[in-house]
Design a protein around this ligand. Structure first.
Ligand code: OSB
Ligand code: MG
Length: 368
């Protein structure tokens, strides 16, 4: 496409309920929405950073700064850009993968809309809907966790993931198993443990979990491999898998027997597909993670999760799991425990301009 500019906005979307993980509680989703302005029309992307660098080193103001001062100008300087060239154009800038991913998605959407091609087809989707799991934050106590999960199961979610942290792990998991029996269940520690906690983590083995997600720190690839040998629960990596190279190394070391793929964390949907391909060739199941996406990223995640190697249900839930009101006109809904893969050109969803404006707290246009 011929790039003319990028519009970036910071949005504040109120959450339907506070979302608590081992690293903190959110009540408002702060997110950056990107609009690529091209000679053939516009395209939309989303930078999935959060307000503070707690899940990863990236955060809203950092992403805003690097995107407006370095990344967008580098793309605009090229003027004519194909989606699969973006990675190499932005490669000189170290890190900042979520910011890169948001720009890439906006250009990709613009290119696909102009060509009349759906994102799912472009990425290699083989399904028209994807099974929907839900990520459940840490609640006040195990009883309220059980009641919260009962609501999601009644809605039809096919897999439950609970957040854990030291002191809120074994008893919470036991309460969920006691209440609901053999439902598909997994836990996510968001890096809250160290190898010194191996005995506690091994207690989780008796719950027959699908997996334990990211028990140790982002850099702890070797420690994850050590831990994996001590647990019967499969170890899944999230934070650690920041690129195809990181995934290659993690698999070589035996640090992960399952991989969570998030396009934002790895620098974009094209890198996400490469990690999918690697894992598929290695016989490692993958699933699509989430970052409380708006309707933009949620549509793209549904398309990604429809690739053949995504054999476990992802955190691709209905928009209503997080939001009363979305910024797209047809937010993702749960139908028989599944979310539909959009079939229209590009993302296959349309932006609701009024909602977009209502949630916007900052806006800038970077021009060629
Ligand atoms: O670790 O998967 C995670 C949300 C924000 C940051 C990290 C994570 C999450 C979730 C929510 O678990 C996933 C979702 O969008 O449903
Ligand atoms: Mg996670």
């Amino acid at each position: 496409v011929v790039l003319e500019g990028f519009e970036l906005r910071v949005l504040h979307l109120p959450l339907v309920a506070p979302f608590t993980t081992s690293f903190g509680t959110e009540t408002v989703r702060e997110v950056i929405v990107v609009r690529a302005l091209t000679a053939d029309g516009e395209g939309w992307g989303e930078v999935v950073t959060q307000a503070s660098p707690l899940y990863s080193s990236e955060y809203t103001q950092g992403a805003w700064d690097v995107a407006t001062r370095f990344l967008a100008p580098a793309l605009l300087e090229r003027r004519t850009v194909a989606p699969d060239e973006i990675r190499s154009i932005l490669e000189p800038f170290v890190g900042h993968r979520m910011a890169k991913a948001g720009l890439e998605l906006a250009v990709l959407d613009a290119a696909l809309r102009a060509a009349g091609r759906p994102l799912g087809e472009y990425l290699g989707a083989v399904r028209d809907r994807v099974p929907s799991g839900v990520s459940v934050g840490i609640q006040r106590d195990p009883d309220s966790l059980v009641e919260t999960i009962r609501g999601y199961l009644d809605e039809g979610y096919v897999r439950i993931k609970i957040k854990i942290r030291p002191g809120r792990d074994v008893a919470d998991t036991a309460a969920v198993r006691d209440a609901f029996g053999a439902i598909p269940l997994q836990v996510d520690a968001n890096s809250a443990y160290t190898l010194a906690d191996v005995d506690t983590l091994a207690e989780l083995d008796r719950f027959d979990l699908l997996l334990i997600e990211q028990p140790l720190q982002e850099d702890d690839i070797v420690d994850h491999a050590t831990l994996a040998r001590r647990l019967s629960t499969p170890v899944c990596l999230d934070e650690s898998i920041v690129s195809l190279k990181a995934a290659t190394d993690a698999l070589a070391l035996g640090a992960a027997s399952v991989v969570n793929i998030k396009a934002g964390r790895v620098g974009g949907y094209l890198e996400a597909v490469r990690i999918h391909d690697l894992c598929r060739d290695a016989g490692i199941p993958v699933w699509c993670g989430g970052m409380l996406e708006t309707g933009i990223g949620r549509a793209a995640n549904a398309a990604l999760a429809a690739l053949p190697g995504f054999t476990l249900p992802g955190d691709v839930s209905a928009s209503s799991r997080f939001y009363h009101r979305d910024i797209v006109t047809e937010p993702a809904v749960l139908e028989d425990g599944h979310v539909r893969v959009p079939t229209g050109p590009g993302l296959g969803v349309e932006i609701d301009p009024v909602a977009l404006d209502d949630f916007t707290v900052d806006r800038v246009v970077v021009r060629a």
